[in-house]
Design a protein around this ligand. Structure first.
Ligand SMILES: [Zn+2]
Length: 289
């Protein structure tokens, strides 16, 4: 240090220009050094995840691919008629049994959700409640209004009713006023074609459009809101039928293939269980694989 001071003294005394040039070089070097390393530091900070970035990543969950969601299929909710055939009884649940089944759902922690909640789950990641189940009512029978709706209201359960348009307003079927009232009471309305057609047998594209697209338009016009849930009449579908239902703007389509595990890549072939007037079969439909 002492030698350095001596050197600076002599430099100052005899070689002033050289001294000032050297000091200027040192100053420029220090300035460049500081600028370079401060720049590197700010770059390093930029690529490090901030607290905010970590929080955003945590709140954007990846979409689910599979979930257990039993879908229950009801038709008529009424007392059996005298001399009713066994085949007819398959599509009928008596009102007291229907009530017992709803009570079973409540007592066992199931939470009914409308079908649109299923598409919201797989498309948007909107979580479903614990033990979700979808109650569906097919074909627009008037007994669904007179016998099922009061029970569903009592339990506070939503449901999805699939109607085919040509029968609405006819004897033993719902009227459009009843369809609208069901909707205001928490029942989602879904499409089920115009005439309950065998869709896989249709070869005329115009009939295809009439059954799937036009029936959707008519229903939406009558109830005043878009419909997004579809059910295949007789549970029948093919690749062409699935494509037509997707093109019409539906977001889900329900089959009657038994099963309760629904997957994101099968929103147009959802599994479901036909519900009969039998508690053992009902419980089995909730618990099957
Ligand atoms: Zn049907």
């Amino acid at each position: 240090m002492k030698r350095l001071l001596v050197l600076l003294f002599y430099m100052h005394r005899f070689h002033k220009p050289i001294l000032w040039t050297a000091l200027a070089c040192v100053a420029v070097f220090c300035f460049c050094f500081i600028v370079f390393f401060r720049g590197s530091d700010s770059k390093a900070v930029a690529v490090q995840p901030t607290i905010e970035m970590v929080a955003v990543a945590a709140s954007t969950p990846s979409l689910p691919t599979t979930q257990r969601i039993p879908i229950l299929v009801y038709h008529n909710i009424r007392t059996f008629l005298p001399h009713e055939s066994v085949a007819d009884k398959v599509y009928t649940v008596e009102p007291d049994v229907f009530r017992t089944q709803m009570q079973y759902l409540k007592d066992n922690g199931y939470t009914p959700v409308p079908m649109r909640a299923v598409s919201d789950l797989f498309e948007k990641g909107t979580a479903l409640p614990e033990k979700p189940v979808v109650i569906t009512l097919d074909d627009g029978w008037e007994s669904q209004y007179t016998n099922a709706l009061p029970v569903l209201k009592e339990f506070g359960f939503p449901a999805t009713a699939y109607i085919y348009t040509v029968v609405i307003g006819h004897r033993r079927f719902l009227a459009w006023d009843q369809v609208r009232e069901m909707q205001t009471q928490g029942i989602e309305i879904g499409g089920h074609t115009k005439t309950h057609a065998y869709l896989t047998r249709i070869t005329d594209p115009a009939i295809f459009v009439d059954e799937i697209v036009e029936s959707k338009r008519v229903t939406e016009e009558k109830i005043g809101t878009p419909i997004t849930a579809f059910a295949y009449p007789f549970g029948l579908y093919s690749d062409a039928v699935v494509a037509a239902v997707k093109d019409a703007g539906y977001r889900t389509a329900r089959t009657i293939r038994p099963g309760i595990v629904q997957t994101a890549d099968a929103l147009f072939t959802l599994h479901a269980s036909l519900i009969q007037n039998d508690m053992k079969l009902f419980v089995a439909a909730l618990e099957r694989e």
